[in-house]
Ligand binder design. Structure first.
Ligand SMILES: [Zn+2]
Length: 407
């Protein structure tokens, strides 16, 4: 019998059962690479739990799981809610998982809820090198060519490795999102930042998901002997990269004054040959640039190109800039945010609106459906780490708000 109440103990059990599906050992955190045994076991757990209370499931051609209550057809327009079960290596228990177990609990608590649960494949991008792959393929923003080109560390493509789990290249072009079957998409996720935890909130709505551009910068100099090459005779790409990185950070500070939550990060650098007594010949580094405002992304890219070219030409070096990813900011649906706020108010909860610095599947789905997100606080802002923690009570509160919105 459905109890009509959300039960935190069942949510907690779901999180622990999914955490037990782990390619790693718990002291090293939780690892569920896409299409691994641990990932498949977690997915099977969610499907079995839903089916045990009266539901049916299908896997789309991109490898995403869809589950609807038995009393609902595949064609009628329902609310869509879900997130992902793949993790970064040595991640935590809550990223993605919270957003899957929340709608799962609603399948238990409500009789035939007007709700489809979705589990997106390869959200993190750490298995196949590109994030949000399952949702991007479902909405048609990546195609067969991309999925055939992207490979995991065993050298298998997304299509090859995914074939065992329902990925079907033949149907990929036709088995795509049909917007007429959905009223809107809601994703619950830990905030992965400090704000809500510090403000001691239970839950918040997301206003906009930051856009993201990522670049690969190659600086080419002249490798030479560190002892016999006079300072004036050097063309050192590592020293150049150091001043570039410093200027990139200052540009990030400047842009964040124009718009809060605008950030620029250099997180990866490779030096050739990376030897103590050799002036480097080549340096490659990454730039990750995010902002809630599209205009600022454009302006920031121009400033980035200008500073790289300037430092490069001052030092007589060659610098190549490649933009590798471009995800525009995704303002979430104002009407859905209002519905969520009303639903929260009916439970006596005031729902603040915050931006999302991290990207989520909701940003992709927002191009096809009205989309919204709920955030629960992350303890001390920590995420992508074994210490990641969100309160079960907050996830239950988000489930109650969602239940009130869809009922
Ligand atoms: Zn996530």
């Amino acid at each position: 019998m459905k109890s009509n109440t959300v039960r935190p103990d069942r949510i907690e059990r779901d999180i622990e059962c999914i955490a037990a599906c782990n390619d790693s050992t718990p002291d090293l955190g939780y690892s569920r690479p896409t299409f691994s045994n641990a990932w498949a076991a977690a997915r099977d757990y969610v499907i079995e739990e839903a089916l045990s209370v009266g539901a049916k499931s299908r896997i789309d051609a991109a490898g995403n799981v869809h589950i609807r209550p038995d009393g609902r057809t595949w064609d009628e327009p329902l609310w869509l809610s879900g997130s992902h079960l793949d993790s970064v290596p040595s991640g935590g228990k809550f990223d993605g998982v919270s957003g899957v177990v929340m709608p799962l609990e609603l399948f238990r608590a409500l009789p035939d809820p007007p709700l489809e649960l979705v589990i997106f494949a390869e959200e993190e991008g750490t298995t196949f090198g590109m994030g949000l792959l399952g949702s991007r393929a479902w909405v048609g923003r990546v195609g067969c060519d991309d999925l055939a080109r992207l490979t995991n560390r065993h050298g298998e493509s997304y299509l090859e490795a995914g074939a065992r789990y329902g990925v079907d290249a033949e149907r990929l072009e036709t088995d795509r999102i049909d917007a007429s079957r959905y009223r809107g998409f809601l994703e619950l996720h830990p905030e992965q930042g400090l704000r809500l935890w510090n403000e001691n909130r239970a839950v918040a709505a997301v206003g906009t998901i930051n856009g993201r551009r990522q670049y690969r910068i190659d600086v080419e100099g002249r490798g030479n002997h560190a002892g016999s090459t006079r300072m004036a005779d050097r063309r050192d790409p590592l020293a150049a990269a150091a001043s570039m990185i410093g200027r990139i950070e200052s540009t990030g500070f400047d842009l964040s004054e124009e718009c809060d939550y605008t950030v620029m990060t250099v997180g990866r650098i490779n030096v050739e040959p990376n030897a103590v007594n050799v002036i480097a010949s080549r340096v490659a580094f990454s730039v990750d640039f995010r902002s809630p405002e599209g205009e600022l992304l454009e302006d920031g890219e121009n400033r980035l190109r200008l500073l790289l070219e300037q430092i490069s030409s001052d030092r007589g070096l060659r610098t190549n800039i490649v933009r590798e990813d471009d995800q525009p900011p995704a303002p979430l649906d104002a009407d859905m945010v209002r519905r969520l706020a009303d639903a929260a108010e009916s439970l006596g909860i005031r729902l603040p609106t915050v931006p999302s610095g991290a990207l989520h599947d909701a940003a992709v789905v927002a191009s096809c459906l009205p989309a919204a997100m709920l955030f629960v606080p992350s303890r001390d802002g920590i995420s992508h780490h074994p210490d990641e923690f969100s309160r079960i009570g907050d996830i239950a509160t988000a489930a109650r708000i969602t239940a009130a919105m869809i009922s």
